[in-house]
Write a protein of this length. Structure first.
Length: 114
């Protein structure tokens, strides 16, 4: 778990039951977690779309304010963070797709078939 610079102004809490996730509490009492894989993917967007990061962070903030309890995960089906059922679990693409911000997947197989 790490206190990421994007959320330095928020209350950062350490939880033994979620050793890999960074937990933040807003001044309104809303709670969100950022998993390492989510942050890595956010960093990838920073490399490809540096001017869009404020927009992405603003959308994350809007989602937290609306839902009050959010986990930003790398894998919706298998989040690292253990939370109650009232948490909304989102991947980076749930945020960026709403904003029409995309990173092209270049990890596909070769075009040089047999």
């Amino acid at each position: 778990m790490k206190n990421y610079p994007e959320w330095q102004d928020l209350n950062f809490e350490i939880e033994k039951e979620n050793p890999f996730s960074s937990k933040y509490v807003t001044t309104d009492g809303d709670i969100f977690y950022v998993e390492p894989i989510f942050y890595t993917m956010l960093s990838s967007f920073r490399e490809h779309h540096p001017t869009k990061i404020p927009e992405i962070l603003e959308e994350m903030q809007r989602v937290v304010k609306k839902n009050h309890k959010v986990v930003f995960t790398g894998n919706f089906e298998h989040p690292l963070t253990t939370v109650s059922d009232d948490f909304v679990i989102l991947e980076i693409f749930d945020i960026t797709d709403r904003l029409n911000i995309y990173v092209e997947d270049k990890s596909r197989g070769s075009d040089y078939g047999d």
